[in-house]
Design a protein around this ligand. Structure first.
Ligand SMILES: O=C[C@H](O)COP(=O)(O)O
Length: 260
């Protein structure tokens, strides 16, 4: 089975001191990721250095940013380049999160440009897709995700596609406490895998980790992670607490030990 990636998106929470405090507690719980599990935490830009420093004590822990600009430099006030993120020691970057699509005019085109830029800079893009509730109610969710996928991966070679991570985050499940059922998650993840097979081939599709995001927590993670095509989670609120993040990582390790 594919290794799990348990990722936390800290959004606009956790300053540098709080980041160091999180890691101090977390490293008391775990010094290395369980076999078959990788961990990723994505703090704010100003906490990246603190997170990278602290993460060096935990094997299998990676650090990522939450956004980047697709240009190398220029008059883009408030933005940050891929190279600047790399300079902190971070290895991943979240791209196209629904909050950025919703509040900051992120489009399918900019998501694609950002994915291309992060790959060329040697950062792993965690590309986010997902439908709104109205789209699911209209039964348009598969088409929405299919279009987002095709746009995000336009012009990306198979060789690069396998270096990406995909996160399916139904917008109606983000921060709402309402999670997709394990069946809904598995259905969409299998669909995404089939789309990757059409865009590339079955071998590429089998290599791209597909994470679920949307109110994943210690109470529902085990069932979600037990689904065949759910390769991990992109966790918001529950990743801010060392004990719940640790619990989710532990579930992933147990599932991998059983089936891996
Ligand atoms: O990127 C993470 C997602 O937006 C999920 O956030 P949440 O776990 O707080 O619902």
């Amino acid at each position: 089975m594919r290794p799990f990636l348990i990722a936390g998106n800290w959004k606009m929470h956790m300053n540098a001191d709080e980041t160091r405090a999180f890691f101090k507690t977390f490293e008391g719980m775990i010094s290395a990721a369980p076999a078959g599990v990788n961990m990723l935490l994505c703090p704010t830009f100003t906490s990246l250095n603190a997170a990278v420093d602290a993460s060096s004590k935990i094997s299998g822990m990676h650090i990522g940013a939450q956004n980047l600009h697709f240009e190398d430099k220029g008059a883009f006030t408030g933005e940050i380049t891929a190279e600047m993120i790399k300079e902190t020691g971070a290895s991943h970057v979240i791209i196209g999160h629904s909050e950025r699509r919703q509040y900051y005019n992120e489009t399918d085109e900019t998501v694609n440009k950002k994915a291309v830029k992060s790959l060329s800079a040697g950062l792993t893009p965690v590309v986010c897709v997902g439908e709104y509730l109205e789209e699911r109610k209209k039964d348009a969710h598969f088409d929405v995700v299919k279009n987002q996928l095709a746009a995000a991966y336009a012009g990306i070679s198979a060789e690069d596609a396998v270096k990406t991570v995909l996160a399916y985050e139904p917008v109606w499940a983000i921060g709402t406490g309402e999670t997709a059922s394990p069946e809904q998650a598995q259905e969409m993840h299998a669909f995404i895998r089939a789309e990757f097979t059409l865009l590339y081939d079955a071998d590429v599709a089998a290599q791209i980790p597909v994470l679920y995001g949307g109110s994943m927590n210690a109470a529902n993670a085990e069932e979600l992670l037990s689904q065949e095509d759910v390769d991990g989670g992109l966790i918001g609120g529950a990743s801010l607490k060392p004990d719940s993040f640790h619990q989710i990582v532990t579930f992933a390790g147990e599932i991998y030990a059983k089936h891996g």
